[in-house]
Design a protein around this ligand. Sequence first.
Ligand code: GLN
Length: 211
Amino acid sequence: TIVLGVLALQGAFIEHIHALNTLREVEHISDVVEVRTKAELDKVDALIIPGGESTAIALIAERCGIIDDLREFVRTKPTWGTCAGLILLAKTAIHTKKGGQQLLDAMPVTVSRNQFGRQVDSFTIKLASKHIDGEPFNYVFIRAPAIVSVDDPEVEPLVELPPGIGQTEESENGLLVAVKYRNMLGTSFHPELTNDNRWHQYFVRMALSLI
Ligand code: GLN
């Protein structure tokens, strides 16, 4: 069985906890916990870094003295970054805050921070994916980032938007919004804001296969 943690410094962590709890009956989950300290991080087998504000999460992590422990964790243990969490996981982020922002520097992708525009440009789209069984999943994008380049052949693209959506000159093909790299999953949407837990199940199964 697995202990799942959700980084609970800022952002949509409660929603992830609820989504993971809905899977307790069907997957081998022994606990779902909020992570704010190194001691809590040491107790979990896998971690979700939620959406929110990547600059705020990084700043709080720095001030709490947990940022280097997070850097170490995400390199080897199953980790899923959603939205701001994806930005944090990336090795490179563009269109970031003036003066830059701290990243966990782990996933070899380039992420464009607010690729789809401002909060008012948030949108949803239903897409089928070979990684998610059943009906098309309703993808929720809130001031979302996108993966504009994959910087290592080991990065596996999972979901690409139809060409044209959110595209700028930095991206040649349809934008990537879900990728997998070794022990890491990165998605630019918010599956925790839907009642559909299929992406959470995908991550739990991925994590179970790695521990
Ligand atoms: N664009 C935001 C950031 O830079 C992320 C938005 C989100 O997580 N919904 O952190």
